[in-house]
Design a protein around this ligand. Structure first.
Ligand SMILES: NC(=O)c1ccc[n+]([C@@H]2O[C@H](COP(=O)([O-])OP(=O)(O)OC[C@H]3O[C@@H](n4cnc5c(N)ncnc54)[C@H](OP(=O)(O)O)[C@@H]3O)[C@@H](O)[C@H]2O)c1
Length: 251
């Protein structure tokens, strides 16, 4: 896959991993379409791309992706899209053991907004019989975790949704690739507010790994490797062992 001349939609491009992906995609020649709520941050991204890259200026669309009407309006203007990176996400450090409000908010952004966006993007990709869908999930989707009930459940659902979609696309003979990205910890504001920082990779490194995988049209990009293996092991171990491991984690 070559990014030059391709229209790449990146949700959550105002900061963190999404912003860094936008910068690296445009340096690779891609035409970035950046979506997030914070207009000022999107404008600052646009200025930085204009100053540092030969690629066309990015299109920026301020939009709350949990607002279905606004999403329809914005994506209607942004089509056609060649590569869609579903990166926008939220994680709340749970202060109590259960908060339906927090879980519903998390599901809205991390899962339901993705479904709504897919509903708008897929028909045009199917018609053109080309496209690439990239889902930024998490190693957290492999297992339950203390103080992450809504987040880990949303990422488990997102990974399974993407894997199932890939099978449906393959069985219908469509030339649309699906990549699931499962990072461990990345040094961004999300991590600063909810988690331990050791073992975390920089957002620059994470974006490089992800971009390399996208260019190879990999089905899964999971990193760092030791954490990926640990996540698989935890998901296979007796549940009691997972509890023993994670009760030490104090976000
Ligand atoms: N950081 C980690 O350790 C880590 C690990 C594994 C996976 N991930 C995943 O990587 C992705 C990026 O995370 P990050 O660490 O870069 O987080 P971040 O720094 O908190 O950035 C989150 C991005 O999502 C956008 N966003 C949130 N709610 C939105 C909404 N309703 N509508 C539109 N955009 C919205 C935010 O933009 P606005 O506020 O401007 O809307 C922001 O650009 C997420 O899916 C996250 O779950 C992160």
């Amino acid at each position: 896959l070559e990014l030059k001349g391709r229209r790449i939609l990146i949700s959550g491009a105002s900061r963190g991993l999404g912003r860094e992906l936008a910068l690296q995609c445009s340096r690779a020649g891609g035409e970035v379409i950046a979506v997030a709520r914070n207009e000022k941050d999107l404008e600052s991204l646009k200025r930085e791309i204009e100053a540092t890259s030969e690629a066309p200026a990015p299109e920026i669309y301020p939009c709350d992706l949990t607002d279905p009407e606004k999403t329809v309006e914005v994506l209607g203007r942004a089509l056609p899209i060649d590569v869609a990176v579903f990166n926008a996400g939220v994680k709340y450090g749970e202060d109590g053991f259960f908060s339906s409000k927090r879980i519903l908010e998390t599901m809205e952004v991390n899962l339901l907004a993705v479904v709504r966006t897919l509903n708008l993007l897929l028909p045009s990709m199917m018609e053109r019989n080309s496209g690439h869908l990239v889902f930024i999930s998490s190693l957290g989707g492999y297992h339950g975790m203390i103080r992450a009930n809504g987040y880990n459940a949303s990422k488990a659902a997102l990974s399974i949704l993407a894997d199932s979609l890939r099978m449906d696309l393959l069985s219908s003979g469509k030339n649309i690739a699906v990549t699931v990205v499962k990072p461990g910890l990345i040094q961004t504001e999300m991590l600063a507010s909810t988690g331990p920082r050791f073992l975390a990779v920089s957002k620059e490194k994470a974006a490089r790994i992800i971009l390399k995988g996208i260019l190879k049209e990999k089905e899964e990009i999971a990193f760092p490797k030791p954490m990926h293996l640990l996540s698989i092991a935890v998901s296979l171990l007796p549940k009691r062992w997972g509890w023993r491991l994670f009760r030490r984690v104090k976000p």
